[in-house]
Design a protein around this ligand. Sequence first.
Ligand code: NAP
Length: 251
Amino acid sequence: MFGKTFVDQYVVVTGGGTGIGRATALAFAEQGAAGVIITGRRGAALEEVAAEHEALIPVVADVTTPEGADAVVAAVSELGGQLDVLVHNAGIFRNTPLDDLGADAVREQLEVNVIGPVLLTGRLLPLLREGGNIVLVSSISARLAGAGSSVYSASKAAVDSLIRSWAVELGPKRIRVNGVAPGQVETPILGSGGVSPEAVQDWYSVYAASAPAGRIGKAAEVSSWITRLAEPASSWITGEIITMDGGKLLV
Ligand code: NAP
């Protein structure tokens, strides 16, 4: 099904043990990548995905800690020290009304969704080859208002801003920086954020009913664009954020 676009390339996908990250890691592996480092805090989830393809390398690493970044740098160095593609996918969502939002709840989302990618990019930059790619997973939430999700939305607006600034800053190194902005996709993220299983189904139904495409998205519909942005065929695209939302932003 896939061409072998990423032969001999090394890739890091944060949050590669579940959802969009899992689909992305498998897509790079199926397209010939020599090694795809998948990171997350839960070793068991990473091991389960790694068993699906020999190119996948599980590395337990929390994106919010210096030790987590050390572990990723060490894993890339062990593979020879050259990184071709860095995918910042790890993210958390919390549905918290404004009057319940304490500083810790604000920090938690900003640390994973914004500070983590900034610090990890800084650490991996010396290993990212000329002509390499960074892809960040943003969200249509960056451009939507949502009661209870103000901090999540603000964190993704910050991600959009990082994409544009890094595209400019890293252009001279011939590193392209792009993003994807999905709408609602079926993954564990809402449940992990404290939304009950019934509420998750309601959420999906409301989204499907209002989006012109009439349904929510699938992880593979996002990962296919993440790999596409890192392909040589996209070599004139940088600073771009591709929306995939079944038309939700139009209505
Ligand atoms: P998911 O399955 O919950 O994936 C999130 C991943 O992030 C998990 O594998 C998790 O692994 C990892 N993660 C969370 N905190 C981390 C930390 N401190 N350090 C390292 N890894 C961490 O949900 P998903 O939907 O695929 O989310 C992937 C990305 O898509 C996120 O950035 C999310 O904001 C974005 N997105 C999702 C949707 C959607 O509707 N699903 C829509 C728009 C954007 P551990 O728990 O093991 O650490």
